[in-house]
Design a protein around this ligand. Structure first.
Ligand code: PEP
Ligand code: MG
Length: 829
């Protein structure tokens, strides 16, 4: 049936094939399509009947107002036929199209005269004869291969093929177009039914007996110089802007799937503009970047196919969504829905421009997105020195610790051979927006020889590597980088996302710089300021002094130094926070992270003191509130520093909404005591300054016990924030620093897990605890504020779940804020 009629009769792809539906849709949209017919699925063998094929050709000639030439209707302009097929679903392994059906010794000379380009016409003819000989006439493939080898020139190959066909079948190859069409259909159906075709379908998990529809269309012929065919897409994928581009070929389309490079689209007769109307209709209809194949005859364009471009990339999707909504073709929610949060990530980070010729050095976990190049530094000292000289450095280490933070921040990227997505290097890199690849287990670091080796490649310290934190790939040498450029269109789309979402989006930031970045990216406040991070680097000795203090006097002195340092850090941070909310978490650090990594102590007594703090499982040890129960001066000192900083910025006209948070609580009693410590600090500041600082005080929910006891905790706490990193660690009993290294790959491979539970929240276990805790907390304090500040707060899939259990906000690394905004909107749609 002619293109356009199947849809009119209510038929779908199960009858018409996807191409039949596609062409019918184009007709329905009023777009010019090439004259053609669809032979429904299951009816293709009918064309092997000459009468049926002849009727089809009559119809096609009428539609095209042309004739297969110069057989009978010499008064009409010439055409040949083109046959292709399609299945009810998009399939990549379809038999190839057959072009130029109808050629014969009776019309070839006349056609060459009209069209020119004898060699191209013969190429098509030879390709058709071979396909039919193999598929419909069962001629031996080896004979055909030998023939091809003997006759590289198609003008000699065609007569040889015709001779071989005659010899093998005992009959001459038909000159009758109807018989040729029948044979072409038979060959195509045979290829589809062949064991090779069946295998291809099996590989794609498609049923072996899936049918195909055949599509016969007119191949209209004319002078080579005015006719041609091309393919185009509607947008420039780099910029995302509407800018049709593609290629145009003068002449007749050949069966050859690689017809050469072609000319730019501007060479199309009639210019690129002849596609404007097509794309203006198609983009809103498809809600996608449009891809078309077309032909031009006498400056008239007809579509051969049209559809949505696969994987157009985030820029094109963003611009298209904004353009369509601005042009009122779709609503804003629809526009927001078009951009997947995962895809958007690529817009926010630099990317490597890969050519395919790169040398892959190692592959690890994509721990922090972005791309960077730099020379290898195998120690923090070297990284810092080179960075100070203005060089780009990539820090390569087996793993990192707090002492490496300054080097990590100075480096353009970090690579570790051990450690997972929640390892120290990964968390710090994500927070600081540095690309990171962690757990690159094939990487051998030889500090003695100052080399790294992986997959047979050895590089020396100082050699250049390129890091792709989005894929986990590390390349030897410098790969060009495309910088991140969040476009104005993305800002517009995120603005619409903000109108839709219900979940608040805050950031995890410990310093003014990160906070400023996050606010620029749309964070509404700080959901987690890890105060221990303020003591990394230069300030590490301050905590060491407290941990290793041997007398009360030393302890008081250490606390005073620590408070002074914190107060100035807090003041700087609160100035950036302005009137927004900020959740300041009191110190939570496994003590070993603060002790000298070189094992050098002032004296034996101090060394003994350090040995006494040693723990077999520091992550289960004297962390968080537990340390504050033992060292009762710490939290009051921290809270006092914070409140004094608030008084300072408040005098400058700012009113940050303070939320003081107690980490790693398991017992309501711990929380009661810590809250009392905080209140005492507030009273001291009030007595001292005359200012009563407003603040909320709340608890993290990081242990399963805390989740189960959310009701009594909420009775004390004005807010609860789920620390899903520790909650995942403790619910599974998986060490967050080691799981990726030791077992995750195996679990993923064997289907025991589908994702790292540290990257995507485990709904069944950890999620169930979050949901239960949220319900219980609300039952005692209906207005309790509930948030999440684990890494899951920046993961789209986890955000969808967190939205569904009615949390108020998520808090994530600064660079993930836009993703969280979009994901939260998707969750609300
Ligand atoms: C958490 O446990 O989820 C959390 C936010 O705290 P941290 O990652 O600092 O342990
Ligand atoms: Mg934690």
């Amino acid at each position: 049936m002619p293109y356009g009629q199947g849809r009119a009769r209510g038929l779908g792809a199960d009858v018409l094939g996807v191409h039949g539906v596609e062409m019918d849709n184009l007709v329905a949209l009023g777009l010019p399509v090439v004259p053609g017919l669809t032979v429904p699925i299951g009816s293709g063998t009918g064309l092997e009947n000459r009468e049926t094929a002849s009727t089809a050709i009559d119809l096609l000639e009428k539609l095209a107002v042309r004739g297969i030439w110069p057989e009978v209707r010499t008064e009409r302009r010439p055409m040949l036929m083109h046959l292709r097929c399609s299945a009810p679903v998009a399939v990549s392994a379809l038999p190839p199209a057959i072009s130029a059906i109808g050629l014969s010794s009776r019309n070839i000379d006349a056609l060459v005269e009209v069209i020119g380009r004898e060699r191209d016409i013969y190429d098509s003819w030879a390709a058709n004869l071979r396909f039919v000989a193999e598929g419909a006439l069962e001629i031996d493939t080896d004979d055909l291969d030998d023939l091809d080898d003997d006759h590289p020139d198609s003008r000699a190959r065609v007569p040889a093929l015709l001779e071989l066909i005659e010899k093998s079948t005992g009959a001459t190859f038909p000159t009758d177009p109807a018989e040729q069409l029948g044979l072409a259909a038979k060959a195509m159906l045979a290829r589809w039914a062949s064991p090779r075709g069946q295998r291809a379908r099996k590989a794609l998990s498609l049923p072996g007996d899936l049918g195909i529809a055949l599509h016969v269309r007119a191949l209209r012929l004319g002078s080579w110089d005015e006719s041609g065919y091309g393919s185009a897409i509607s947008r420039d994928l780099e910029s995302g802007k509407y800018a049709p581009h593609g290629v145009f070929h003068l002449g007749v389309r050949r069966a050859d799937p690689n017809p050469g490079p072609g000319a730019p689209l501007t060479h199309t007769p009639g210019g690129v503009q002849i596609l404007d109307q097509i794309f203006a209709t198609l983009e809103p209809h498809l809600r996608a970047v449009a891809e078309v194949e077309f032909e031009v005859r006498d400056r008239q364009l007809a579509l051969l196919s049209a559809g949505a471009l696969e994987h157009p990339g985030p820029r094109a999707v963003t611009n298209l969504a904004v353009d369509l909504a601005t042009g009122q073709s779709i609503g804003r929610s629809e526009a927001v829905r078009m951009l997947e949060p995962d895809l958007m990530q690529d817009l926010l980070h630099a990317q490597l421009t890969l050519s395919g010729r790169e040398q892959l050095l190692a592959h690890g976990l994509p721990a922090s997105p972005g791309a960077a190049i730099g020379e290898i530094a195998l120690s923090s000292e070297r990284a810092l020195r080179l960075a100070a000289e203005g060089k780009n450095v990539v820090l390569v280490a087996s793993e990192t610790s707090p002492a490496d933070v300054p080097a990590l921040l100075a480096a353009t990227a970090v690579i570790t051979s051990n450690g997972g997505l929640a390892s120290h290097a990964a968390v710090v890199a994500r927070g600081a927006g540095r690309p990171a690849v962690c757990g690159a287990t094939t990487l051998r670091i030889d500090l003695g020889a100052a080399t790294v080796t992986s997959d047979g490649i050895t590089l020396s310290e100082g050699d250049t590597v390129s890091v792709n934190g989005r894929t986990g790939d590390v390349y030897a040498g410098a790969v060009p980088i495309r910088p991140a450029e969040p476009s104005p269109e993305l800002e517009v789309l995120l603005g619409w996302a903000d109108e839709i979402r219900e979940l608040g989006v805050r950031t995890n930031a410990d310093n003014a710089e990160d906070a400023a970045t996050a606010f620029r990216l749309g964070a509404e406040g700080i959901g987690l300021c890890r105060t221990e991070h303020q003591f990394l680097g230069d300030q590490l000795p301050l905590v060491q002094r407290l941990v290793l203090a041997e007398s009360e006097a030393e302890e008081i002195e250490a606390i005073a130094a620590l408070t002074a340092a914190q107060q100035s850090d807090f003041t700087e941070l609160l100035r950036v926070v302005g009137d927004r909310p900020i959740t300041v978490r009191l110190l939570d650090a496994p003590l070993h992270e603060f002790l000298p990594s070189d094992g050098h102590y002032r004296d034996d007594a101090q060394a003994e003191r350090a040995a006494a703090t040693h723990e077999s499982n520091p992550m289960l040890g004297l962390r968080g509130v537990r340390f504050a129960m033992v060292q009762t001066r710490l939290y009051p000192a921290q809270a006092e520093a914070l409140f004094r900083a608030w008084v300072t910025v408040n005098a400058e006209g700012l009113t940050p909404a303070l939320e003081v948070m107690v980490p790693l609580v398991s017992l309501p009693g711990e929380l009661t005591e810590a809250i009392a410590q905080v209140h005492r600090a507030a009273e001291t500041v009030a007595a001292d300054t005359g200012v009563t600082v407003p603040y909320l005080v709340g608890s993290m929910i990081e242990t399963p016990r805390a989740a189960l006891l959310a009701a009594p905790l909420a009775a004390e706490a004005q807010f609860l924030s789920f620390g899903t990193n520790d909650l995942t660690q403790l619910t599974y009993g998986f060490s967050r620093d080691d799981v990726e290294k030791t077992m995750l790959a195996h679990y993923l491979e064997h289907g025991l897990l589908t994702n790292s539970p540290f990257a995507v929240l485990d709904r069944d276990g950890v999620g169930a605890l979050v949901s239960l805790a949220a319900d219980n907390a609300r039952s005692v304090r209906p207005d309790v504020k509930l948030g999440v500040c684990g890494e899951h707060g920046g993961d789209p899939e986890s955000i969808a779940f967190l939205d569904s259990v009615g949390l108020h906000y998520v808090s994530c690394s600064p660079r993930r804020v836009p993703v969280a905004r979009l994901a939260a909107a998707h969750a609300a749609l």
